[in-house]
Design a binder for this molecule. Structure first.
Ligand SMILES: [Zn+2]
Ligand SMILES: [Zn+2]
Length: 337
């Protein structure tokens, strides 16, 4: 295969500034890396947090993007899991040490020296990327490239958030009906969980979208649903949603926040937490989460709603995400089929 020496990429030179389209050298795979021709890369709220300076110490200059779907076009000498021509997904978790106290007890998502795609290592807002083969996933054939992209973070982290909400849920509230919620709602409904969707006040379009995906009830985030729910999961980066969600969660239920960043949580009376309610966050993903989610998503099967943008319109995609203008997930289509 003819691989050009240089590639187009959207580069974050400095947080707070728009991405800049540039030609840069095509990366070369290290012994345990694959070189991937990027077909599609999802745009995630975390990308926005990095651009908006809400996350500390990104690699700079940086190629964002951690929902990568593409084809392996070159392999390092030690690569055994993938062959040239295979389709892979590259997620947020890019590397872990394998030896810290978290890695050794099955919590690699919390690894002390983890590397993250599109944050501490370059990601997929580019024509090519390299990735450690051990953290890549094969993509189920039933999903097209652009359809699969949102599964790799919105789907994965959303699924981990949903799993953390507890087993045997009969009902669940979802706050923030964007990319993650639209995937998790389909899985939860498929598994017999009654879904209640909460959106920005007055966002009728998002409420209708939630209902179209099987939500039994959809309303404003400030509204109380008709009954207390077994758990709530929160994808909107709004701290005041924590006490709000607690107030509608039944005894013993969990409120789980799936985001990497949130505005401050206001103080609230202990009575909201009492009766064994739990508040927790979810951080990153394990490889097992990824394997499970891709299997479950193919079973349902999850249908992702995507809005496509060319690579050089990445800033526009980020703006649309910031202003809440998207239904489903934004995806950069970098190589047309
Ligand atoms: Zn570790
Ligand atoms: Zn993400």
């Amino acid at each position: 295969m003819n691989i050009p020496a240089r590639m187009r990429a959207m580069i974050l030179e400095k947080p707070g500034q728009a991405l800049v389209e540039k030609e840069v050298p095509t990366p070369q795979p290290a012994p345990d890396q694959v070189l991937v021709r990027v077909h599609a890369c999802g745009v995630c709220r975390t990308d926005l947090h990095i651009v908006d300076q809400e996350l500390p110490n990104p690699k700079l200059p940086l190629i964002l993007g951690h929902e990568i779907v593409g084809q392996v076009v070159r392999t390092g000498q030690q690569v055994k899991r993938f062959k040239i021509g295979e389709r892979v997904g590259v997620p947020w978790l890019g590397h872990t040490c394998g030896s810290c106290r978290y890695c050794t007890r099955g919590q690699e998502n919390l690894c002390d020296s983890a590397q993250f795609t599109g944050y501490t290592i370059d990601g997929g807002f580019a024509e090519y990327t390299v990735a450690d083969q051990r953290y890549c996933f094969p993509i189920p054939p039933r999903f097209g490239d652009t359809e699969a992209a949102p599964l790799l973070c919105a789907g994965l982290i959303g699924y981990r958030t949903y799993r953390m909400a507890g087993d045997n849920l009969a009902s669940m509230g979802i706050f923030g009906f964007g990319a993650a919620a639209h995937i998790v709602a389909q899985i939860a409904v498929h598994q017999g969980v009654r879904v209640f969707a909460f959106t920005r006040p007055g966002d009728k379009a998002a409420q209708d979208f939630a209902k179209s995906l099987g939500a039994e009830w959809a309303g404003d985030s400030t509204e109380a649903p008709p009954e207390k729910l077994d758990a709530c999961i929160i994808f909107a980066p709004v701290g005041s949603l924590i006490p709000q969600a607690l107030s509608i969660t039944a005894k013993g239920g969990s409120v789980v926040s799936g985001g990497i960043h949130m505005s401050d949580i206001p103080s609230f009376p202990y009575s909201l937490l009492w009766e064994e309610r739990v508040v927790r966050s979810v951080a990153n993903l394990t490889r097992q989460d990824g394997e499970e989610l891709l299997e479950v998503a193919a079973q349902v099967p999850v249908k992702t709603a995507v809005q496509l943008y060319p690579l050089n319109k990445a800033n526009e995609a980020l703006d649309h995400l910031r202003s809440g203008k998207l239904e489903g997930a934004a995806v950069l289509q970098i190589l047309s089929p």
